[in-house]
Design a protein around this ligand. Structure first.
Ligand code: FMN
Length: 212
């Protein structure tokens, strides 16, 4: 697409026009997915249920494909967010890192992977400790009269073997979020800056500066 504005902003002494700012936004998201201490390592996920109630929760940013404009996270397919997404696959993701003075909010369409080649590949790469998250006997958020880990108590001492955890792979889901709207807000003492970017099928179709 043609970039309408040649205006630029300065971040850490580097000038960014809309084109390079879009690249920077995706670079920040990619860094979040690969650097454990990066502020964009986690994101707040918003979904909507059938009563139009919105729900928020934090998840780990597992992978970002900056070419296809995809952001991935993992979850239990018995969780409320998974049910929400089965009924309405529109999803919002919110990233904020105080150190980078940057907020990125995206809207996306989610594709749910359970028992697919992709989910199996990611399950194989998941540690025994992380697999415990998918090994609860009852679904996440089920009421319990006692405080509970959800999974067998012995696993708090001795981590499950691969064979033990593999029994729970059916609960594991990879969520691929195809971004169609990205809002980039940079906080600056001399004045905040904001630009919005819009995509169709992973291709940038529009972008412009907006009032922060
Ligand atoms: C730092 C942090 C990271 C988390 N990462 C994940 C994650 O990657 N996937 C996930 O499903 N839940 C994750 N959770 C738990 C969720 O925030 C949430 O409590 C859980 O998934 C149930 O959400 P739901 O009932 O709204 O579906 C994380 C929580 C925290 C605080």
């Amino acid at each position: 697409m043609n970039f309408q504005s040649s205006d630029s902003i300065t971040i850490n002494a580097v000038k960014y026009d809309l084109q390079s700012l879009e690249a920077l936004a995706w670079k920040k998201l990619v860094n979040g997915s690969i650097k454990k201490k990066n502020g964009f390592r986690t994101m707040c996920v918003g979904t909507t249920n059938e009563n139009k109630d919105s729900s928020l929760r934090i998840v780990v940013n597992r992978k970002v494909d900056e070419i296809k404009k995809l952001i991935f996270f993992h979850t239990d397919n018995r969780s409320r967010k998974f049910y929400d997404l089965q009924n309405d696959n529109r999803i919002s993701l919110l990233f904020y890192d105080a150190r980078q003075k940057t907020q990125i909010v995206v809207k996306a369409h989610a594709t749910l992977h359970v028992n697919t080649e992709l989910s199996n590949e990611k399950w194989q790469a998941t540690s025994d400790q992380a697999r415990l998250g998918y090994m609860t006997i009852l679904p996440p958020n089920t009421k319990s009269i006692t405080t509970t880990l959800g999974y067998e108590e012995r696993f708090s001492e001795v981590k499950p073997t691969e064979a033990e955890s593999n029994l729970y792979e059916n609960n594991f889901a990879v969520i691929a979020c195809e971004v169609y709207d990205l809002e980039f807000l940079y906080l600056d003492y001399y004045g905040n800056r904001k630009a919005n970017f819009y995509y169709e099928n992973g291709a940038l179709t529009d972008c412009f500066w907006v009032v922060p």
